[in-house]
Design a binder for this molecule. Structure first.
Ligand code: PEP
Ligand code: MG
Length: 565
């Protein structure tokens, strides 16, 4: 009988196929060695167990290294950079001397066999993280779990036999680790269903980079091998055992989507000109170095927003160093090959919390110590980031952007920090770009209302409609209960966008929209009518918006705007 289950969308898409079940990899204690304490002690040879751990560790390290080599050799394939990065993070966890120390100590102090020591250590490592609310930490707990699961399967001589996937299928798992993902041919994956896993999990990142639809929150016990299934992320739905009507509906829908995909692929090389010949810039929003390749593949005119917060997620408990930041910014600038790259300074606070940033609990975090408010009070962090950015600026066309601005004073203070860092670099004879542009996000009503003043002291604006909408309409952007109130095209929001664009025009300052609104085709004509000529969005939406642009007409006074020659 057909069963419809609502899940969490981890990677967009619609697919229909037969299920192949992946084995359950969650950590389970191997009771064969968990005998009664007194029996165990007579059998246990602690030295031999410690020795066994080193051998298991070497075997897992060898496996990870060979997977890493494959990923690196296959660097042209979609998702291989992400995969390599994930495997490197597993290797780093494995090589941490603390891990070996803790497992060996557990064997000796608790008088247990290796498998039990691994189970206990894994529980200790992951417990603290998994009970936290923070999604990112939960996902990192899963990384630890998955590495320990690998150690355990080698320790128990029970390296799981994986299903051999030979034809296109929907893969179903309780949890699917990035290592598991590296072992399957992604070209044969129509979709992925899992019970666990969030949007920031490494597996979800890989699924997105291969454009494989993925949905989580589907109980593994409900799923039967070889049953037909549908994933429809447009409806956040997984249909198990679809009946004839559902199956034929989705056969048609997938055919339509395939046609649409081919149509969008054909648009990639086309320039974004309106029907009446006005050139529109289509930029990419990215959140990691890996996404540069997607921006390039979609022929983005540049990066309109690089959210740098991923550096904070990956930094563990220490703030990312100047050197690490520099390398990241340089890689993005080099990857974009001279096209402009707008890098936003850390937007800490609100819903963005990280292990290396110690934020106090606030009553209203979205109205609290957020964005530049936090950075201006933590000048060491601000200066480290600005130094890294300015040093990297010689490798491309850098624009520095500040989030969460509400006053002119904040901007002036940030501009003087930049000047101070430039002077320091000059004294230290460290090169930096002379033409770095500095701009601000217009994402608070206050910033939009004083856009006229701000335009006189900055080089550009980028309108963050995600926050601008929530602050203007007093509607939390993440609260589904009031989602009906959160409307980017509410007249009040449109009025603030218009004011910002007008201020930009008056002072000849570049204006872009980098909130989700820019990537939504429903709003393209409206934004063009307001005078917007630069849209920045997730690379996956660029062709969708280009399609709108190609058939759009510039109305009113803007008609005279320069045409593409
Ligand atoms: C925005 O607020 O529109 C924006 C682009 O920033 P973020 O979504 O990162 O808050
Ligand atoms: Mg914002």
């Amino acid at each position: 009988m057909e069963k419809r289950i609502t899940g969490n969308v981890l990677s967009d898409g619609v697919c229909v196929g037969c299920i192949v079940k992946w084995t359950d990899d969650s950590i389970t204690l191997d009771y064969t060695e968990s005998k009664a304490a007194e029996v165990r002690q007579t059998l246990l040879n602690e030295d031999a167990e410690c020795d066994r751990f080193r051998k298991v560790k070497n075997a897992v390290a060898a496996k990870l290294t060979s997977l890493l080599t494959c990923a690196e050799n296959d660097s042209a394939a979609a998702g291989s950079a992400e995969k390599a990065e994930i495997i490197r993070s597993y290797i780093a966890i494995l090589n941490d001397p603390e891990l070996e120390k803790d497992v060996l100590q557990c064997i000796r102090e608790q008088k247990v066999f290796l498998t039990e020591a691994l189970t206990l250590t894994a529980q200790e490592y992951t417990y603290d993280m998994s009970v936290l609310e923070d999604d990112y930490l939960k996902q990192r707990a899963q990384d630890f779990e998955q590495l320990f699961a690998m150690l355990l399967s080698y320790a128990s001589g029970n390296v799981q036999k994986r299903p051999h996937i030979e034809k296109p299928c929907i893969l179903a798992a309780k949890v699917l680790s990035p290592i598991d993902m590296s072992e399957v041919d992604k070209n044969l994956l129509l979709g992925i269903i899992s019970e666990e896993g969030g949007k920031t999990s490494h597996t979800a990142i890989i699924a997105r980079s291969y454009a494989i639809p993925m949905i989580s929150g589907i109980p593994y016990t409900e799923i039967k091998e070889n049953d037909k299934a549908v994933i429809d992320t447009e409806k956040k739905l997984c249909v198990l055992n679809p009946d004839a009507a559902t199956a034929s509906f989705y056969a048609e829908r997938t055919a339509e989507l395939q046609k649409e995909k081919e149509y969008f692929n054909a648009l990639v090389e086309k320039r974004a000109l309106t029907e009446d010949g006005v050139r529109i810039e289509l930029m990419a929003n990215i959140g990691s170095v890996q996404e540069v390749s997607q921006a390039v593949a979609q022929r983005a005119d540049g990066v309109g927003l690089f959210r740098t917060e991923f550096l904070l997620s990956e930094a563990g408990t220490d703030f990312p160093s100047e050197k690490n930041q520099f390398k990241t910014y340089r890689a993005v600038l080099q990857g974009m090959n001279g096209k402009s790259v707008t890098i936003r300074t850390f937007d800490i606070g609100g819903d963005k919390v990280y292990p290396c940033v110690h934020l106090p609990k606030e009553e209203n975090p979205f109205l609290g110590w957020r964005g530049v408010r936090y950075m201006l009070d933590n000048t060491e962090l601000l200066h480290t980031q600005l130094r890294a950015l300015l040093r990297a600026s010689v490798y491309g066309t850098l624009h520095i952007m500040f989030p969460m601005i509400t006053t002119e004073e904040e901007v002036k203070s940030l501009l003087s920090s930049i000047e101070r860092i430039k002077k320091d670099l000059h004294k230290e004879k460290i090169p930096y770009g002379r033409n770095v542009k500095v701009g601000v996000m217009i994402e608070t009503p206050a910033a939009a209302l004083i856009a006229d003043k701000l335009a006189q002291i900055v080089d550009f604006f980028s309108i963050g409609t995600n926050d601008l909408t929530q602050y203007t309409l007093a509607s939390d952007r993440n609260n589904t209960k009031i989602a009906h109130l959160y409307r980017e095209n509410h007249p009040a929001v449109l009025q603030l966008i218009r004011m910002t664009i007008d201020a930009g025009k008056k002072y000849k300052k570049h204006v872009c929209v980098c909130g989700e609104m820019a990537g939504n085709p429903l709003f393209t004509q409206e934004l063009l009518n307001l005078g917007l000529r630069c849209f920045s969005m997730t690379p996956a939406n660029i062709q969708k918006i280009k399609k709108e642009i190609l058939s759009a007409k510039i109305t009113g006074a803007d008609k005279k705007q320069k045409k593409e020659v």
